[in-house]
Design a protein around this ligand. Structure first.
Ligand SMILES: [Zn+2]
Length: 547
């Protein structure tokens, strides 16, 4: 490109049009003061030259994509009048990112500013024209979403507050420019960035085998020879050299159509990372981390996802007598999902759809289930419909409890009973973990027919959950069962049923007589749900005294 003879005007037009041309002509310098190096990054030049508005990049870590995106944002800000919002998971990530990457890049490349140049906001532009560049943390700044944007960047999308990202997306609807770049290391398959990538035109970096000439993309572990510690052609098993990796080309799996542009960027494409390094890394960091952060793919190990097989393995042909039945109810905007069972398993699942004009909003159907099954204890979602659920609870005193989610830090207390005749506080993550464990070891069985009209929805909603690991602002790691934005009502209804079973059993033990026969005041003291030798259960714990 440098050798092409262009007039000044042609060159200016080319620079305005292409971030790659702009970077090449100015001799772009990276954040650590080194000139941008292209020989190992041919794959990146195509992305930099791509002006398609909506792009999805499913990426490995340590590959330079954030640096590339900073240059794209600065290029647009210098050459066009744009409002850009660059969103990272947390404000701490923003501070770190802007001070260690954006600011040095702006300084080394003499990006003109109009005075304002803080961590959160920069005004950029050469002449009288001004572009605004905002950096935001997704978890902290709901109020800032009122800014209209022409260009949105979601960096580390999988680790952002997804609800906030949706609000941001609505902010570029009005812009005729409408650029949106989403990128992230993925988490689970078909969740978040991986789902975005699946819906895109899916560009893969194809390399040509020097031996047999076959063209294909490198994958892990199919393209690696562990003994020789080299990349190999999947067809002839001869070596794929670093030069072959450099000289690849992007090939899209799907025709563009209405799809966003998608790129999968992995460390396998990085000529500076030899296969031997990745073999060592794989042993060191564990499968999930390796797959997400080195290969840039979603990880579906049984430790982090719930397969439909896990649920269907619990189906039992037994039909045991219905005794000590408990009810769990998830309350939604237009439906209740319920699960009825006892400490042996689940006997009935169902959905009560209703509309806003239904007088009872589905509560009559729940009341009928209370009577039909002689339900001993019911736990119902405290939100939304708190008032209606409270009324429902008052119709069955000491038998119905509203549940609210709140993480519990104390050990051992996967979830915790608050001494109140109407409410329990549950730790969503811990109770779901407990139920999943009980599914896995066969402690909860499904005494329902696989032909049940709601069974497919039940398994589908359970398998929406996957274990997400997030790094918190203080550097600690937090795990949550995340639904990736898909419905998980039946999973929550099961969790509520499990709370109800434990609640009933503990109460029965303490009071000796069944609650439903006689209203009795709860005993004072903490009721703890914790892990015991034979699984999870409720018990009156010493926890309260020990505090
Ligand atoms: Zn070959």
């Amino acid at each position: 490109m440098m050798n092409v003879k262009l007039t000044d005007r042609e060159r200016k037009e080319l620079e305005a049009d292409s971030a790659l041309a702009w970077m090449t002509y100015m001799g772009a310098v990276q954040n650590k003061g080194k000139a941008m190096e292209w020989r190992d990054r041919l794959w990146m030049t195509d992305i930099l030259a791509d002006n398609y508005p909506e792009q999805v990049i499913r990426k490995a870590a340590q590959i330079g994509m954030s640096t590339a995106e900073i240059f794209r944002v600065l290029h647009q800000s210098v050459h066009h009048i744009t409002n850009t919002i660059y969103i990272l998971p947390h404000y701490d990530a923003v501070k770190q990112f802007v001070s260690s990457k954006v600011d040095p890049i702006m300084e080394y490349n003499s990006i003109p500013t109009h005075g304002k140049n803080s961590i959160e906001e920069k005004i950029i532009g050469g002449g009288r024209e001004k572009s605004f560049l905002f950096f935001k943390g997704s978890w902290t700044e709901r109020e800032a979403i009122m800014i209209d944007a022409d260009y949105l960047v979601f960096d580390e999308k999988d680790h952002c507050d997804q609800g906030v990202l949706e609000i941001y997306e609505s902010r570029i609807k009005a812009s005729e420019y409408g650029w949106m770049h989403k990128f992230s290391t993925p988490t689970a398959p078909n969740k978040r960035i991986d789902r975005d990538f699946q819906a895109s035109d899916q560009h893969h970096w194809f390399v040509k085998c020097p031996s047999c000439g076959d063209r294909w993309y490198l994958d892990w572990p199919d393209s690696v020879d562990y003994d020789r510690e080299i990349y190999v052609c999947q067809k002839c098993l001869n070596e794929i050299t670093d030069n072959a990796r450099r000289a690849g080309e992007w090939v899209n799996k799907w025709d563009k159509g209405n799809r966003p542009r998608g790129y999968w960027v992995s460390q396998l494409m990085a000529p500076w990372i030899p296969a031997s390094d990745l073999i060592t890394e794989e042993k060191k960091v564990g499968k999930q981390y390796f797959t997400n952060y080195c290969i840039g793919k979603g990880y579906a190990g049984s430790d982090v996802t719930i397969s439909e097989g896990l649920i269907s393995a619990c189906l039992s042909s037994e039909r045991p007598e219905k005794a000590d039945m408990c009810l769990g109810v998830d309350v939604g905007g237009s439906a209740h999902h319920w699960v009825i069972g006892n400490d042996r398993g689940i006997y009935e699942i169902g959905v009560a759809n209703y509309t806003e004009t239904d007088g009872d909003k589905g509560y009559n159907r729940l009341a009928a289930k209370m009577t039909e099954y002689d339900v001993k204890t019911c736990v119902i979602d405290g939100n939304p419909r708190t008032n209606e659920s409270r009324e429902f609870a008052e119709a069955f005193p000491y038998r119905i409890f509203l549940s609210y989610f709140k993480p519990q830090d104390r050990q051992p207390a996967p979830f915790y009973y608050v001494e109140d005749e109407f409410n329990i506080i549950a730790d969503r993550h811990r109770v779901l973990s407990a139920v999943i464990k009980e599914f896995a070891n066969g402690k909860i069985q499904l005494f329902i027919e696989p032909t049940d009209e709601d069974y497919d929805t039940f398994t589908k909603q359970w398998s929406a959950l996957y274990l997400k690991t997030e790094t918190m602002p203080d550097g600690t790691e937090k795990q949550t069962w995340d639904n990736g934005g898909d419905p998980d009502h039946f999973a929550l209804a099961t969790a509520y049923m499990r709370c109800a079973v434990g609640r009933y059993k503990a109460w029965e033990e303490v009071n000796e007589t069944s609650l439903t026969e006689d209203r009795q005041e709860p005993k004072v003291g903490a009721l703890i749900f914790g892990e015991k030798e034979d699984g999870y259960d409720w018990y009156y714990g010493a926890d309260e005294q020990e505090r």
